[in-house]
Design a protein around this ligand. Structure first.
Ligand code: ATP
Length: 345
């Protein structure tokens, strides 16, 4: 029986997780859950961010972790979020940030005259290196001579495994195009490595069409012609930005799911949105991102069919306008989930 660790977290996290677990329970009642009291409340109560033994258990005992959201105005340093989320990504070596950007209903796309099939791509964002490792330093902080340095880390191993994962996924899922995005014209050392490794790996996949775009051009092209993309692979920073653009194209962060993956080893699934303190506690947060995230988790557990059922049910609700307020509907988080449950075939 697969075991899932659940971290509801902060703000709207517990609200959307509660709804996501209703759908998980309906489709996979045999999945065993263990809840973890981690997040801002716990940190403010006893100073704990991420106990080492819990991290070890996440990596060894659970088939995956389901996270709500982290972030609380009472913890401006965000230290708990860094330890829990970035800590998991680095220590569990979750090197793939997997972000499908699929438009389920054309009405929610901000681009005009689009059909659902126009936005259906997946981003493979490198998740363990790049500019997000915290390597760097400050010198003469707070003075007029202050220097702040942030180092971008690109290792051959790290670059190769994310590019390989993108090609492998494309082949396994019947996709024909992989686009690598960097800024090699301005960042000549690290991104030259990306260029060389991309060419090498692409040569092993003659059935997949490789392409390259500088990240600024990619952003333009995603808005002008999202239908040109199947799979995008890029570094940590660019992936962070491009996936928010992707979330907007699919209808907003209330509809965007993500997985942090190390195939065969560990995984952490989370909706793309944050803790949204402005709407927390009101029961109006859109649960769909979390329900789609639950679908991704079920696919990870080998239940792809359940993920498809979830997507179809959500699509029916979107078509019927059974949505929360930020999408123009009037439903609460619970009512939106009721609608999804009723629409499951
Ligand atoms: P983070 O830094 O953690 O990404 P953030 O505050 O920058 O957090 P979000 O928490 O994702 O970003 O929220 C941005 C805004 O989007 C929120 O203020 C909220 O109004 C809206 N929002 C986010 N998630 C949802 C949701 N599930 N349902 C409805 N609105 C949402």
């Amino acid at each position: 029986m697969p075991k899932i660790a659940v971290v509801p977290g902060d703000g709207i996290g517990p609200e959307v997780i509660e709804q996501g677990l209703r759908v998980l329970g309906a489709l996979a009642p045999d999945v065993e859950l263990e809840h973890f009291d981690l997040g801002a409340e716990r940190y403010l109560r006893d100073g704990t961010t991420m106990p080492a033994d819990v991290m070890a258990r996440f990596g060894s005992e659970f088939a995956g972790v389901l996270l709500g959201a982290l972030g609380d105005p009472r913890v401006p340093s965000n230290v708990h979020a860094k330890d829990i989320l970035l800590g998991s990504r680095f220590q569990l070596d979750l090197y793939i940030n997997f972000r499908p950007c699929k438009l389920l209903d054309a009405r929610y796309c901000p681009l005009k005259n689009r059909v659902e099939a126009d936005v259906d791509f997946v981003v493979f964002r490198e998740n363990t290196e790049g500019l997000y490792t915290g390597v760097g330093g400050q010198f003469k902080r707070g003075t007029a001579d202050e220097i702040a340095m942030e180092q971008e880390i690109n290792t051959r191993k790290g670059v190769e495994r994310i590019i390989r994962a993108a090609f492998a996924w494309a082949r396994d899922n019947g996709r024909r195009r992989v686009c690598m995005s960097d800024k090699a014209n301005a960042m000549r050392h690290g991104h030259d490595l990306w260029q060389r490794v991309f060419k090498e790996v692409a040569a092993e996949y003659p059935d997949i069409q490789p392409s390259h775009l500088y990240v600024d051009v990619l952003c333009m092209r995603l808005v002008q012609a999202p239908q040109d993309f199947d799979v995008i692979v890029t570094n940590n920073l660019f992936g962070d930005i491009v996936t928010d653009l992707g979330a907007a194209l699919q209808g907003g962060i209330g509809l965007a799911a993500s997985g942090n993956l190390n195939p065969g080893k560990a995984a952490l699934f989370e909706p793309v949105h944050g803790s949204a303190p402005d709407i927390a506690g009101k029961g109006i947060a859109n649960p769909v991102a979390t329900i789609l995230t639950v679908g991704m988790l079920l696919a990870w557990l080998g239940r792809k069919n359940d993920e498809v059922r979830i997507q179809r049910a959500i699509q029916r609700c979107l078509r019927a306008g059974q949505v929360t307020r930020e999408l123009g509907g009037s439903l609460s988080s619970r009512e939106a989930t009721d609608a999804v449950l009723a629409a499951l075939d």
